[in-house]
Design a protein around this ligand. Structure first.
Ligand SMILES: *Cc1c(COP(=O)(O)O)cnc(C)c1O
Length: 471
């Protein structure tokens, strides 16, 4: 399997070469040359696999330059009860009205990003040892990516993590999770700005190619192809455990921000998984909902980005969206590049009058919806009163939209992207209940924190990294 840039400006590369990257040199995103097909007969045979075995089957079609025995060892080592709390790894639980919840948040940071990031930690360590290299990961997070990356990389040989987060914009629990890590290879940088400012700094540092090479900078943000491919696995797993008969349709509702999670669902569907609908659920930051409803993609400015009670979805542009649009435009890099040039010039693009926009739903199965703070409170309260379980604010956004779009006879799986405890304030506001704190996180908010504060400054971030790498 070779990887190309969505904008056409990259020599074909292998999985291991794009593993540490994601962004192509021409500013596009790495995309696979094709989607490997999984016939129903093969799908049927996957029913008996455990999660690690299934991950191996899905990933070996993408990571073709990693010897199969090594890949198998990596997936086996990653997807364990010790890391994810249950042997099922991603259990399903019944909600109501044909809706189920897929638990993706039982890993070390209690959010779905652990599903891919734990594998990435092991893949990085393997790849760096194999090539005798070291790597300094630079990333931006609005909460969950950063902590998932840090928990995946802490103590790993040959890796340091420099993680930018928006000062004062994360929950106390999220801050504690990240900033309380004392591992010497983990560096937290709190930036006086929003998540998008952090992302812009990371982008600017990465565009200084000389600096980037000298400092051996890599990324694990949501455009990382290793993460996307690892996320494809749980769609297969959920499908195999939901469909009564292999071939039956199943729909998914996904709390969405940077479009990484639902993109993985799109890829699973392109591989032949019988997914009926892929439902993109957003919060008040409805860039994606607007596109799926109207055909207009209009990224916002930082100043137009709301701070909401589902903060991990507070984005102004959806960084993985380009990969879907590439498919929508018939995998034509010239067309994609032209559209993204319009976007850069006009600040938006409009496909509403383009025949291809119809394919978004008809061919690709996408629908969308959005929710606001009141909707979240109502949904969390209703789920609690009807099932006795607490769901987090992001999952609530998706449950709200799933209920609007669920179809009779088609199971709807809502992806649970975090546990309620991470957003306790809103859960208390909705239900009066304090979500239980898992034993491993008891008292975490009182631990000493290791973090430096900085203005939105590319130069200061560069200097800080250089001092700490000694490179
Ligand atoms: C990251 C995150 C999301 C958004 O996922 P994307 O892949 O960026 O669309 C939703 N919910 C939670 C809890 C997250 O951490």
């Amino acid at each position: 399997m070779k990887y190309f840039s969505s904008r056409g400006g990259m020599e074909p590369q292998d999985f291991s070469e794009i593993l540490l990257e994601g962004l192509a040199p021409d500013g596009g995103l790495a995309v696979p040359e094709f989607y490997p097909q999984v016939p129903l007969s093969v799908l049927e045979s996957w029913k008996s696999l455990n999660y690690g075995e299934l991950a191996f089957e899905v990933l070996k079609a993408y990571a073709t330059d990693i010897p199969e025995a090594d890949l198998k060892a990596l997936t086996t080592k990653t997807y364990t009860k010790a890391v994810y709390g249950t042997a099922e790894i991603t259990p399903l639980r019944e909600l109501f009205d044909g809706i189920k919840v897929l638990e993706l948040s039982n890993g070390p940071t209690l959010a779905f990003k652990d599903m891919a990031m734990q594998l990435l930690g092991n893949l990085f360590e393997y790849q760096l040892a194999r090539t005798n290299r070291e790597l300094n990961i630079l990333g931006a997070t609005s909460g969950d990516t950063g902590s998932a990356a840090e928990y995946a990389m802490r103590g790993k040989k040959g890796v340091r993590v420099f993680m930018l987060s928006p000062l004062g914009k994360m929950s106390a629990f999220q801050r504690a999770q990240m900033y309380s890590l004392q591992d010497p290879n983990i560096f937290n940088i709190a930036v006086e700005g929003l998540f998008d400012d952090c992302q812009d700094v990371v982008k600017a540092v990465s565009e200084d190619l000389e600096y980037k090479a000298r400092q051996k900078i890599g990324t694990v943000n949501s455009i990382n192809w290793g993460r996307i491919s690892a996320q494809v696995v749980y769609y297969f797993n959920a499908y195999l455990r939901t469909a009564e008969k292999i071939g039956d349709p199943v729909s998914f509702a996904v709390p969405s921000g940077n479009f990484g999670n639902v993109l993985a669902g799109h890829i699973a569907r392109q591989m032949g998984l019988p997914i009926r609908k892929l439902i993109v659920a957003t919060n008040e930051n409805n860039v994606l909902d607007e596109f799926f409803k109207t055909g207009v993609y209009r990224p916002r400015k930082s100043a137009e980005t709301y701070i909401t009670s589902s903060p991990s979805m507070d984005i102004s542009k959806a960084s993985n969206f380009e990969r879907f649009v590439y498919d929508l435009l018939g995998r034509d890099p010239k067309a994609l590049k032209a559209l993204w040039q319009d976007l850069a010039k006009e600040g938006q693009f409009d496909l509403s009058q383009d025949a291809r926009f119809k394919r978004v739903e008809e061919t690709f199965g996408f629908q969308s919806g959005c929710s606001n703070h009141q909707n979240r409170l109502d949904t969390i309260r209703e789920v609690y009163s009807r099932t006795g379980t607490l769901i987090d604010t992001h999952t609530a956004d998706a449950v709200k939209v799933a209920r609007e779009l669920v179809e009779p006879g088609v199971p709807m799986v809502v992806l649970e992207t975090a546990l309620a405890v991470k957003f306790a304030e809103t859960i208390e506001e909705a239900t009066g209940q304090t979500p239980p704190v898992p034993a491993a996180f008891e008292g975490i908010e009182k631990l000493p924190q290791r973090v430096v504060e900085m203005p939105v400054s590319v130069d200061q971030v560069k200097a800080f990294i250089a001092v700490n790498t000694g490179l």
